[in-house]
Structures are given as C-alpha cells and as structure tokens.
Design a protein around this ligand. Structure first.
Ligand SMILES: Nc1ncnc2c1ncn2[C@@H]1O[C@H](COP(=O)(O)OP(=O)(O)OP(=O)(O)O)[C@@H](O)[C@H]1O
Ligand SMILES: [Mg+2]
Length: 345
C-alpha cells in the first residue's frame, strides 16, 4: 500500500547526463529540462555562481576570478564534486525539495563506464535527493527512444555520437551483445577545427565559434556546392582581432582524422558482431543518434564505407532521455533491459 502511494505521489525522473548537455524527463510530463552541462565557479572559493544555460553563456568570457568548467568530459565524470552539484541543481530545479516524496531516478550512462564511475553517478543522484537510482546504458536507452524493437531476438546496431564519446552498440533481447566506445565525438571535432585555424592562420577562436563552424560548413562528405564562412578570432602573433574566410573543403580535411576514427570504430564493431545478428543489421542498417550524428554528410560517409543502410533517428539530441523516460513509464521494460545489464543493483 505504501509502495503504491509513494509511486503515485513522487515524480520520477529520467536523466541523460551528457558531456554536452543534461536532459531531464518527468514521468507523465515529458522533457522538462535541457541545459548545457556547464558550471561557473569563483576560482578561489570554488563557490558555484551559475549552472547550465547561464553558465554556458560565460564560457570563454569569464574574468580571472571566475572559471567555467564542464565537469563531464569524454563521457565520464572528470570532476565528481562539480558533477554532483550540477546534477543536484538540475534535479532541484525540476523537483523542488519538500514538495513531494523523493523521486526515483533513472540515469543514462555510457556503456563502458567503470564501476567507480557508476558509483559516482549514483551517489550524485542520491545526494541530490533520489530515493532509488537506476542506471541504464545510453545506447540501449537511445535505441528504446528511437523505437527500435530491442527486446526481440534480432540485432540492432546503434551509433551514438555525443559531445565526448562515440558509443557503438549491438543490441539484442534488451541487452548489449557487443559495444565499442571511442573518445572522439563533437568536442574533439570542435577541437580539430580550433587546432587547424591556429596552425594554418595563427588564429585563436573559442569553443562557441568552433562549434558554429562545424554546424554551418563542417562535413564528412562533400557538399553539392562549395560553402564559405567568415570566422572571427584573435591573431596569436599580433594579439589583434581578425576575420578570415574558410571553406568546407578545408574544414572537411581538418576533420578527417576524427571522422576516420569513428568510421574505423564502426567497422571494428561490425567485424565483432555475431553472424546471426550481422544479417539483421544488413537488413535494418545502422542507426545513428546523438548530436554529433547531425554533422553534415556523416551518414553518406558511413553509407559509402560500409555499404549498409544508415538511418539517423528523428530526434538525435533527445533519443537517450526519451528512451530512459520510456523505461520510467513502463517498468516492465526497465526490468527487461535491466536483466542483461551489470549496471543494475
Ligand atoms: N547540427 C549539428 N551538426 C554537427 N554537430 C552538432 C549539431 N548539433 C549538435 N551537434 C553536436 O552534438 C554534440 C552534442 O551531442 P549530444 O547532446 O548528443 O551529446 P551528449 O549526450 O551531451 O554527450 P555524450 O553522449 O558524449 O555524453 C555537440 O558536440 C554538438 O556540437
Ligand atoms: Mg549522449
């Protein structure tokens, strides 16, 4: 009886704790929060001044006494204390303390995080007020979110290109049969653009500008028409702000190493897929998700490299949180995907 009541009264949460952004879904309400995973602190006291959207606006613009940090890097927790504070801030924002019973929280985590990292994520959520915490592997969540029939005995390959990591997983019967993860994704692509401009033009640009270049003219496969863009930055030598023009071919070549790493990881995963499941993947193709999958031409490049159908999900930035949310709505599904996962208590 108590169990029934507590389930009824508490607003259970599904969270995608991502390197680039954190999303929260409330049972029965859908996605209620989507903010950058960024925290701004006072450098000396480590006091938190801003979290999320507000903190992202300050990145690269903070005076000396403030620092903007991204506590999650490369898909893992780089700064435990800050991750915890950030998570607590977000949870309390959508679930004010004292109003309801403590929530049950399910969090999507990278499939290859260590036991220690798993414990760190769980602890953060507990300290932030969770009653119970469950972890679910992100590729499984993304597949559920994309509506793939993952609890059936057939193979599905999901490639989740996020901010910090590219996670590749072959899923069947609700569990991961094979997974591969490389620490090359959106952030490293931005980094490659920054390095290129520094090397070729002695121009320093910020993370925002790099991301903008990536979205506008970045690509993994040639465009039909040439694209050009004006880029503002600071000259390393003279220290003076300067504008240069770059085109898509140049940026594409700067991204070559990153893209090749992702392509190679997909190939390795295909080679390791059990033959029975490989047949299913030939029929259904590879499913792309995560914000990084929106890079222009990445689907064409993978299609050319693998000769397989490549399908990008409808909502790549939200598929993980929608999938985790679905397990909140359907606890029987949580049980199914949980039995195969070492991540469950
Ligand atoms: N249109 C676009 N073209 C290229 N890249 C994009 C586009 N839109 C978003 N991205 C990139 O997607 C990345 C963020 O994706 P996503 O939100 O899936 O990551 P995340 O889940 O926070 O990270 P992770 O899964 O690695 O922890 C960023 O690097 C962002 O620059
Ligand atoms: Mg993600």
């Amino acid at each position: 009886m108590f169990n029934f009541l507590s389930r009824y009264l508490s607003h259970d949460l599904a969270i995608d704790l991502g390197t680039a952004s954190t999303l929260i879904y409330i049972k029965g309400q859908g996605i209620v929060l989507n903010e950058p995973s960024v925290v701004t602190i006072e450098t000396h006291s480590k006091k938190i001044l801003a979290v999320g959207e507000e903190a992202k606006k300050m990145v690269g613009r903070t005076p000396g006494n403030l620092t903007s940090i991204r506590p999650m890097r490369e898909g893992v927790i780089a700064d435990f204390e800050m991750t915890q504070q950030m998570l607590r801030h977000f949870i309390q924002k959508v679930h004010p303390k004292g109003t309801l019973l403590r929530p049950r929280i399910i969090i999507g985590v990278p499939s290859r995080i260590t036991q220690i990292e798993q414990r760190a994520v769980k602890e953060s959520a507990e300290l932030a007020g969770a009653r119970e915490v469950y972890l679910i592997e992100e590729p499984v969540a993304a597949a559920i979110g994309a509506g793939l029939p993952i609890t059936e005995p057939s193979g599905n390959m999901v490639v989740d290109i996020g901010g910090g990591t590219t996670d590749i997983a072959v899923i069947s019967l609700g569990g991961i049969v094979y997974s591969e993860s490389v620490r090359i994704a959106g952030d490293q692509i931005d980094g490659a653009i920054m390095n290129h401009l520094k090397r070729e033009y002695s121009l320093l640009i910020g993370e925002h500008m790099a991301e903008k270049i990536k979205m506008e003219i970045g690509s993994a496969f040639p465009f039909q028409e040439k694209k050009q863009m004006a880029v503002k930055g600071r000259d390393i030598v003279s220290g003076i702000p300067r504008t240069i023009f770059v085109d898509d071919a140049e940026i594409r070549s700067a991204l070559q190493d990153c893209i090749n790493t992702i392509v190679a990881a997909v190939r390795i995963a295909l080679e390791h897929t059990p033959p029975e499941l490989a047949g299913d993947i030939i029929d259904r193709g590879i499913v792309l998700t995560g914000g990084g999958s929106l890079l222009n031409g990445l689907d064409d490049r993978l299609r050319e490299e693998t000769a397989l159908p490549i399908v990008t999900v409808d909502d790549p930035l939200n598929s993980v949180v929608l999938g985790v949310g679905k397990t909140l709505e359907e606890l029987s599904l949580l049980r199914k995907v949980s039995t195969h996962s070492s991540l469950y208590p």
